[in-house]
Write a protein that binds this ligand. Structure first.
Ligand SMILES: CC(C)(COP(=O)(O)OP(=O)(O)OC[C@H]1O[C@@H](n2cnc3c(N)ncnc32)[C@H](O)[C@@H]1OP(=O)(O)O)[C@@H](O)C(=O)NCCC(=O)NCCS
Length: 83
């Protein structure tokens, strides 16, 4: 899937849904950290995640920005992300 020719064909959605369907069944939220903003955040938002925070990691020289996203539990009444 990391191969450029394989991206954007729906494989990522299928893999994500294996996990997110399980999470919904267990009543759990999902959390991920993305190392890229564009286009990654857009892709994860399409998959039901929302950006909560950007953080900067620094291991004493090299700095890395990480984007933290959460997917709320689906199927709960009153949860705006259910629509
Ligand atoms: C990120 C990645 C895992 C997504 O998997 P994928 O198979 O390409 O994604 P899909 O084809 O299933 O698309 C998922 C959704 O994102 C949307 N999408 C895909 N590529 C997009 C892009 N470049 N910009 C905006 N939206 C995009 C799709 O339309 C789809 O939404 P929809 O089903 O509602 O139409 C994959 O592209 C990848 O491995 N990329 C390279 C490595 C990488 O960036 N990894 C993540 C590091 S944080």
């Amino acid at each position: 899937m990391g191969l450029p020719d394989m991206q954007g064909k729906g494989v990522g959605r299928l893999l994500f849904e294996e996990v997110t369907d399980k999470a919904d069944g267990e009543g759990r939220r999902c959390y991920l950290e993305s190392s890229g903003d564009v286009p990654n955040s857009r892709i994860y938002e399409r998959l039901g995640f929302r950006m909560v925070k950007g953080i900067q990691g620094d291991n004493g020289g090299s700095v890395c920005k990480l984007y933290c996203l959460i997917r709320d539990l689906q199927g709960l009444p009153g949860n705006a992300s259910n629509s």
